[in-house]
Design a protein around this ligand. Structure first.
Ligand code: DX5
Ligand code: ZN
Length: 227
């Protein structure tokens, strides 16, 4: 995986047809998606359940580029190998998921995957100060994790700006997750984000049978993000 700060749109399959992930992924990629964002929820760390490593493994062959796996699970450490073996390029764990995030990030990098850290809305930017050399991606949650289709929390924009200053020249992506739309995208890219996760704003209005709206939605977010 090479590094750049170009804007990347990462559709979240949380908003796709769960009975048809393979075709949904193919469709959204044909319509211009850069990365595929995969939300894993355990019904414990967050109040919703999605799927696990077997589903990740099954969808991997359909993903042409980066498979970006967001683990909203606790505990997390004992599942890292399984998600790495499923073919994840990036494995993101939550800062809040356990007492030993430093160890978790080490374990992720040891598998050969890139290590991401996700920050809930209440977690300050400074939390990651002593972790910067261990991370490849910071996922700023702009909603409370657990569900798609929630309203963007504007107070997080200031956190993005702080994180961008902390990152400096390091090859660390800043990803935004939750409530990304053509209206909110420019606010976070201006503050320094380069990866935009979007569920409802990409999959809304389209389907595998009618994928053109996916392309319209992705282009709308991308062109707004470029300001
Ligand atoms: C929320 C997930 C998000 C979610 C975003 O817990 O991590 O990735 O799919 O959905 P939207 O874009 O609809 O806010
Ligand atoms: Zn996510």
């Amino acid at each position: 995986m090479s590094f750049d700060r170009n804007i990347k749109i990462a559709p979240s399959i949380l908003a796709a047809d769960f009975a048809n992930f393979g075709a949904e992924i193919v469709a959204v990629q044909e319509q211009g998606a850069d990365w595929i964002h995969v939300d894993v929820m355990d019904g414990h760390f967050v109040p919703n359940i999605t799927f696990g490593p077997e589903t990740c493994k099954a969808i991997r062959p359909h993903i042409k580029g980066v498979m970006d796996v967001h683990l909203m699970i606790s505990p997390v450490d004992q599942y890292i190998d399984a998600f790495a073996k499923s073919g994840a390029d990036i494995i993101t764990a939550h800062y809040e998921a356990g007492p030993h995030i430093h160890r978790t990030l080490q374990a992720i990098r040891n598998t050969g995957a890139k290590a991401g850290i996700a920050l809930n809305p209440g977690t300050p930017a400074e939390s990651i100060e002593y972790l910067l050399d261990m991370i490849d991606l910071i996922c700023v949650m702009t909603v409370n994790p657990g569900f798609g289709g929630q309203k963007f929390i504007h107070g997080q924009i200031d956190k993005v700006r702080k994180l961008r200053a902390m990152v400096g020249d390091r090859p660390i992506h800043i990803e935004i997750d939750g409530g990304v739309t053509p209206e909110t995208a420019p606010l976070v890219t201006e503050a320094g984000a380069d990866v935009l996760v979007a569920g409802s704003a990409v999959f809304g209005g389209g389907s595998v049978a009618n994928p053109a709206p996916y392309g319209d939605n992705i282009r709308a977010i991308r062109s707004a993000a470029r300001g």
